[in-house]
Design a protein around this ligand. Structure first.
Ligand SMILES: Cc1ncc(COP(=O)(O)O)c(C=O)c1O
Length: 368
């Protein structure tokens, strides 16, 4: 966010900044969603919905599990939230007591750690970097001491790496046998470039599944997500939601019902990400960035930059100041090793990617 702020400030001052720092689609919501929103603005009172979310939307989300994953999910177990961020806060509050220990992978999404700390829950950082081929295994969890919970994300932010079906099953079974609540962050599902992502919803132990309209559905600022909960957490989450937020945004909920009919348009976004991804991966490799995490999904490339710097924050700052190329330093994603890494996002425009590659190539030439 700090990098985004600096990049935006430089752009506002007239600099030509290209954006490889963004963690959100550069595309609008699909047209069916926008039409539904216009209609709701004209026709609907737009009062509160119930705290668990609009019933029609909850059924549409259940339908999505049937269509995409061939899994039957009871709509009653689905809670609509303010982005997946809202889902995490509600879930952590309901599922974990203060002082609980919850495993999170590093590199991983920084907000898990920050939310857990804010709620007096101990984040147990599990190193799942290049040495572990970016794959969290039951052995990692077993060696972490007592755990109450574990969070996984596949595809992962910042690495883009994915867990295959067997790896997911192994983790879910281990958590089930060891009384550990598994939370599966599936926010990047739909943005994958080889195998499709598997949901944890039908795996042993009733994992908690979190998802969002922010990435594949291209509705980031509409602030809508969902969580699928085991039955015993529904009432606690409903009460928390009633008190913390009353309800998710009504306009976004009504519009989002249409999102599940917009796959043709959304698939075109994914096709564009795929083009950007191959362009960026091949250019980075040509430029000597040889240690890249497998970018199976999401819209990120996680690159070791230790051949250029021992402080990626300084490198990102230099690139922003000297080249107008915004990238994200790795420290937030990995407190121990992130100083050697940068996250490149290819969610922006084709020009962002092409220009960034040209400018970095020229900069590297001058350094040599
Ligand atoms: C892995 C991951 N989970 C959750 C989120 C939160 O997204 P939102 O609250 O918009 O659903 C993000 C945002 O970038 C993310 O990368």
């Amino acid at each position: 966010m700090e990098v985004m702020r600096s990049a935006a400030a430089r752009a506002a001052a007239g600099a030509d900044v290209v954006h490889l720092e963004v963690g959100q689609p550069g595309t609008r919501a699909p047209s069916g969603v926008i039409t539904a929103a216009h209609r709701a603005l004209d026709d609907d009172v737009l009062g509160y919905t119930v705290a668990l979310g609009d019933d029609t939307l909850r059924h549409s989300i259940a339908g999505h599990y049937r269509d995409w994953y061939d899994v039957s999910v009871d709509a009653d177990r689905i809670v609509v939230t303010q982005g997946s961020s809202g889902a995490f806060v509600l879930t952590f509050l309901a599922a974990f007591a203060p002082g609980s220990r919850v495993a999170i992978p590093a590199p991983g999404y920084a907000a898990y750690r920050n939310m857990l700390v804010a709620l007096d829950i101990e984040p147990v950082i599990i190193e799942v970097g290049a040495g572990a081929e970016y794959v969290l295994t039951p052995d990692h969890l077993a060696s972490a001491g007592h755990l109450d919970g574990a969070i996984i994300a596949s595809p992962n932010n910042p690495t883009g790496t994915m867990l295959d079906e067997d790896q997911l099953m192994d983790l879910a079974s281990w958590c089930d046998h060891n009384g550990v609540t598994l939370v599966s962050d599936e926010i990047y599902h739909g943005i994958t470039f080889g195998n499709r992502a598997h949901t944890a919803i039908d795996l042993p132990g009733q994992p908690i599944v979190v998802n969002s309209f922010s990435k594949y559905f291209s509705m980031t600022g509409w602030r809508l997500g969902w969580v699928i909960l085991p039955a015993d957490l529904l009432t606690p989450v409903e009460r928390l939601a009633q008190n913390l937020t009353i309800a998710p945004p009504t306009l976004a909920q009504i519009a989002a019902r249409a999102a599940f009919d917009c796959h043709d348009e959304l698939r075109r976004n994914v096709a564009l990400y795929e083009e950007h991804r191959s362009q960026l991966l091949s250019a980075l490799t040509d430029l000597g960035f040889l240690q890249l995490a497998p970018a199976d999904g999401a819209f990120y490339v996680w690159s070791d930059v230790s051949h250029l710097t021992d402080d990626s924050q300084v490198l990102c700052r230099t690139w922003l100041d000297e080249l107008g190329v915004a990238t994200t330093p790795g420290l937030d994603f990995d407190p121990n090793h992130g100083h050697r890494f940068i996250r490149f996002s290819y969610a922006g425009t084709t020009r962002d990617i092409t220009e960034a590659i040209d400018r970095i190539a020229t900069w590297l030439d001058v350094q040599r």
